[in-house]
Design a protein around this ligand. Structure first.
Ligand code: AMP
Length: 215
């Protein structure tokens, strides 16, 4: 399965991709996570990306396409992947199509997670991630359950992403409208777009997503 999850920041792409990867046996490929790993490792890419990410802007298309080329070449992505947060611009979508054509494969579907902007703001304000395993939680709607352990057996070490503060979130939403929303029309014209309502419990959205990709 080769899937793109499209949607505004906070629409639940990462959470749903994490849940889907186990079920479908294909990796979640989150460009945000790949960039955050580079930031944590202090690489030159990470240092440059941090400034752009903290400002709520997009990292340059050629850099993102290089990151994706490397990631999709890894063996775990040979049978499929769930792209989360990529592509985010028309240039990235064109570049992805060219890379997949080189590999002799194609996307199965692009699923748009649709949600009211007010709900997005609430979701992002309460979003927390585990520093060690990367799992995403929400302090009100999806906190770690009692007895829920991180991969190393200890409790999750939750933190708020630096770009989830209100001012940066508003900028990220504006950048989404300007740079990423045109992809809806782009993929709709190619007949690849499926839309789902991303408001609801995790299980409800999960079911809609599965129905959309099997339709
Ligand atoms: P995310 O975790 O997907 O919300 O991404 C966090 C931040 O990483 C974004 O606000 C961008 O600064 C950067 N980023 C992630 N994916 C991309 C992408 N495909 N193109 C450009 N910048 C990206």
């Amino acid at each position: 399965m080769r899937l793109v999850l499209l949607g505004a920041p906070g629409s639940g792409k990462g959470t749903q991709a994490q849940r889907m990867q186990a079920r479908h046996g294909v990796p979640q490929v989150s460009t945000g996570d790949l960039l955050r790993e580079a930031v944590a490792a202090g690489t030159p890419l990470g240092r440059a990306a941090k400034i752009v990410m903290d400002a709520g802007q997009l990292v340059a298309d050629d850099i993102m396409l290089g990151i994706i080329r490397e990631r999709l070449a890894r063996t775990d992505a040979a049978c499929g992947f769930i792209l989360d947060g990529f592509p985010r611009t028309i240039a990235q979508a064109d570049g992805l199509a060219a890379q997949l054509a080189d590999l002799g494969v194609a996307l199965d579907a692009v699923v748009l997670l649709e949600i009211d902007p007010e709900i997005l703001l609430r979701r992002l304000a309460g979003r927390r991630s585990c520093r060690r395993c990367g799992r995403v939680f929400h302090i009100e709607t999806n906190p770690p359950r009692a007895g829920d352990r991180c991969t190393d057996g200890g409790p999750h070490d939750l933190f708020q992403r630096p770009d989830d503060n209100e001012e940066t979130v508003r900028r990220r939403l504006a950048v989404y409208c300007e740079r990423t929303q045109p992809l809806i029309e782009y993929y709709a014209r190619k007949g690849m777009l499926r839309r789902i309502d991303a408001d609801g419990t995790l299980d409800e959205v999960d079911k809609r997503l599965e129905a959309a990709i099997t339709a």
